[in-house]
Ligand binder design. Sequence first.
Ligand SMILES: Cc1cc2nc3c(=O)[nH]c(=O)nc-3n(C[C@H](O)[C@H](O)[C@H](O)COP(=O)(O)O)c2cc1C
Length: 306
Amino acid sequence: MEIIPPNLSVRIGSLVMRTPVTVASGTFGFGSETADLVDLSKLGAITVKATTSKARVGNPPVRIVETASGILNAIGLQNGGVENYIAEKLPFLRRHDCPIIVNVPGETPEDFAYVCRLLTDAGGADAIELNISCPNVSHGLDFATDPLQTATVVQACRKATHLPLIAKLSPNVTDMRPIARAAEEAGADGLSLINTLIGTSIDARKRTFRLANITGGLSGPAVKPIALLHVYRVAQVSGIPIIGMGGIVNATDAIEFLLAGATAVATGTVNYTNPLAAIEIADGIAAYLQTNGFAGVEQIIGAVTP
Ligand SMILES: Cc1cc2nc3c(=O)[nH]c(=O)nc-3n(C[C@H](O)[C@H](O)[C@H](O)COP(=O)(O)O)c2cc1C
């Protein structure tokens, strides 16, 4: 008897991913850094580092410290700017058969919309992830802690592009659901959650903060239970697909996010220790579907029972 492999493909608006696994922005560079190791065409999509209207140098070092089961980072959105991305990074990415999600932060709604327009005109993205939730820059969090400001950014970008818009939300709020609803009503095609949790680290011996920026964003296995709950709660009130992330290191973690209601998942901090994680996780999801008799990933999305 012929064994039919399970259907792993998922959609976020017009973005078609051949597996439900992408990489989280800021943890995989622009693809070229790992191209010797990773066949990009095996990723569901590549989500590239934050790309802003102008180049940014980021925060001073120290910018990353280890914590129990995670890391704190305060990179501060270092990047060469959108024009540099289009000229220097995009040609390499387009040589690979892999959809591109560009992560876009901004200082004002107009700033976000400007980058969206440039990316659209240059064919620089297959979807745009609006980073309205970066905890490592001044004003970075403001948008995604307030439904009105979230809506204002999404609306401005909706007018600037026909590409799928994915709003990346912050866990640094009491309840993410009103913010998710605001993003959806303003025209978002998908939601990414979660960005990092704000925290700090102190060196008792030196009696100083370990990060030059004092605060950083916590990621890695330590945050997984929080991320999973946000995905579950948001999935109950939202009609658009969710990309779940936060502490995923293996296929079982990823399957938990799918069961909670995520349509796709992203690997972040784990990429630093295993750049092949996203591909191995996609294989692991396929094996789980096959073993449990599911024809496709859609069958397990949101399938958790109380
Ligand atoms: C070093 C580092 C840099 C990051 N840079 C960005 C970024 O530029 N834009 C963004 O939206 N998220 C950024 N993030 C957050 C991740 O995309 C992801 O939301 C978060 O790390 C949770 O996933 P994880 O626990 O699997 O790492 C960064 C995370 C890390 C660890």
